[in-house]
Design a protein. Structure first.
Ligand SMILES: Nc1ncnc2c1ncn2[C@@H]1O[C@H](COP(=O)(O)OP(=O)(O)OP(=O)(O)O)[C@@H](O)[C@H]1O
Length: 247
């Protein structure tokens, strides 16, 4: 279970809070979607939950553990799939994954077998010895995903794991995430794909300007929002139609 208590982040020199007094409980075994317009604070929130970013105030626990006291345990427990590709372009897919796997303490045959198995699942076996610089966006996304799950995390955080990929890559990624969830992995993900989130997530929270404005089971949110036929209607009704450019 993830318990977030009044978590806030104000970047240095910023006028506004990017995440503001945010409290949320995510149960073990959920697929939880963090949705919101550009600049809503989704990446900031996920970055704090994975200890990539220090909160300004507030706290959270993951399975009862916190980063101050249980850093090493938590690092083994969670997996991170960032929005930006974390891959080294001059290394092959296999070499990249060896690097990431070793960061989680995997080595030898266990590491090698885990890499080969995941490359196979993601349809990348025949590209194992190719440099990732030559990969398409969809292939990079799939290697990026493998890098975060080689150590079989119990809680997986993904920041827009299907952005910029074709339908085929998206299906492989989503199907595998569903499989991992069935095996007991709790999934927290951000997305702009509301149709994807509607069918994929057990619950979602719509975030705007650093705060949760509505949360719940997608089908129930649709039912309770007047005139809404899908999650996109709920999203637009809650966040408005104005563009969210920021710099
Ligand atoms: N390093 C930073 N320094 C200052 N402000 C930042 C920084 N990173 C993000 N912000 C600001 O924090 C707010 C939230 O940004 P964040 O990237 O968390 O939103 P997001 O919901 O993930 O957006 P997107 O959907 O575009 O990825 C924005 O106003 C953004 O400009």
């Amino acid at each position: 279970m993830i318990q977030i208590n009044q978590l806030s982040k104000k970047y240095k020199g910023a006028e506004f809070f990017s995440v503001k007094d945010l409290s949320l409980k995510i149960e073990t075994g959920e697929i939880y979607g963090l949705l919101g317009p550009n600049g809503a604070g989704k990446t900031t929130l996920i970055s704090m939950l994975t200890s990539l970013l220090k909160p300004t105030s507030g706290s959270f626990t993951i399975n009862g553990l916190n980063f101050k006291e249980n850093k090493n345990q938590l690092k083994q427990l969670i997996g991170i799939v960032p929005q930006e590709y974390a891959l080294y372009p001059t290394l092959t897919a296999f070499e990249n994954l060896e690097y990431f796997g070793s960061m989680y303490g995997l080595k030898g045959e266990i590491l090698k077998n885990s890499i080969l198995e995941h490359l196979e699942i993601m349809g990348l076996s025949k590209f194992a010895t190719k440099k990732t610089a030559t990969f398409s966006g969809g292939m990079k996304r799939r290697v990026n995903l493998i890098a975060g799950i080689l150590h079989q995390p119990k809680v997986l955080f993904l920041d827009e794991p299907t952005v910029g990929v074709d339908v085929q890559s998206k299906n492989v990624i989503i199907d595998h995430l569903k499989f991992l969830n069935q095996q007991g992995t709790t999934i927290v993900y951000t997305s702009h794909h509301l149709i994807e989130a509607e069918v994929f997530c057990t619950r979602v929270a719509i975030i705007d300007q650093g705060e949760i404005i509505i949360k719940g089971i997608p089908s129930e949110l649709i039912k309770t929002q007047a005139g809404a036929n899908n999650l996109e209607d709920v999203f637009l009704a809650q966040t408005g139609k104005a563009l969210r450019d920021y710099a």
